[in-house]
Design a protein around this ligand. Sequence first.
Ligand SMILES: NC(=O)c1ccc[n+]([C@@H]2O[C@H](COP(=O)([O-])OP(=O)(O)OC[C@H]3O[C@@H](n4cnc5c(N)ncnc54)[C@H](OP(=O)(O)O)[C@@H]3O)[C@@H](O)[C@H]2O)c1
Length: 358
Amino acid sequence: MPTPESMRALVAGKVGEPNDVLRLESRPVPVPEAGQALIRVTATPIHASDLHVLRGRYGFTPEFPAVGGNMECVGRVEALGPETEGLKIGERVVTMAIPPVPGPPVAGTWQEYLVADTRRLLPVPDDLSDSEACQLAVNPLTALLLVTRVLDVQPGEWLLQTAAGSTVGRLVIQLAKHLGIRTINVVRRRDAVDEIKALGGDEVICTEDEDLLRRVAEIAGRDGVRKAVDCVAGHVGAQVSQSLAPGGELVVYGALSTHRQTDPAALTIPLSARSVIYETKVVRGFWLNRWFGSASPQDALRALSEVRDLVAASVLSIPEGRPFPLDDFSEAITLAETPARGAKPLFVFADSHDEHDG
Ligand SMILES: NC(=O)c1ccc[n+]([C@@H]2O[C@H](COP(=O)([O-])OP(=O)(O)OC[C@H]3O[C@@H](n4cnc5c(N)ncnc54)[C@H](OP(=O)(O)O)[C@@H]3O)[C@@H](O)[C@H]2O)c1
């Protein structure tokens, strides 16, 4: 069936609150150049970072107007640019919008078709669902890198993590179980505790009604834990840093508590100078984009392939997303940041051939 000439895209005209600045637009379907493939997108998630980008508060800001969705999607190769090899028409791929290779990033993923450098496309097996495949490149890779590369947590060691019910958090728990690592999982709702335990979390601390520092001391001993990851920041991040053992290390990879805040004081992680200095604690950041910038293309592909294989072997199970058509973008975006929202919203696309032919 011929590729249609136009498609729908969810476009932000300027920086702002996502639901204020996003509009559904009709755009020409892009034409792939040499070394590029045209991908017909089938599913793409709404990550917290996608909304952060639209608010102009992420680690990069695209040129506006910009198609939303900067992280990842799954789709099929619809066409190849001239003299482009290595992929077949119809092959199922995930786009790695984050650059494992130099060159311009992949355009936003919240559109029916996009073109991408073929080196940014990873073939994925058909037995992964669209929901799994479209979330393969960012969160599972982050979980793998944090646990096995950045902190190199050893079997038997404790790893403390916040927002344990997040997709990354759940993947960290599964990976830790697989590797014999013990996890202390921080959640903000009592409702989430049983679920995290059922998933294999060894210990769960609920900040709604428990004292984080006291509970960590009870679990890991008065010295605290040697390794922790945090994606909440603010007061919770500060408490995690206090619960570190002397010489311990905290890796901050997200700042969920700051996302809707405008008061500059709410954008910080207040650290105790005394404890950082005299207990020589380390607090440092992790950002996948920077990791890709420093890893060789071979290392990046190796890590991505490792993640794909762990998911295919069911060692890692990516929580099923909740599908939304693009028309319902406002509802999907509101849901993405609603506390206790459950499944992550994903945009899924009706078969665009049917749509454009019909
Ligand atoms: N640095 C990197 O390279 C990198 C890569 C991947 C992901 N990340 C970051 O990792 C974090 C998690 O992403 P995700 O996609 O896994 O999340 P997700 O699946 O969308 O889940 C969000 C989770 O965070 C919890 N949460 C939200 N705001 C919170 C707050 N203020 N305090 C405590 N908990 C809060 C929610 O708890 P409830 O269930 O109670 O609502 C929910 O469990 C995000 O910050 C994301 O940007 C960073």
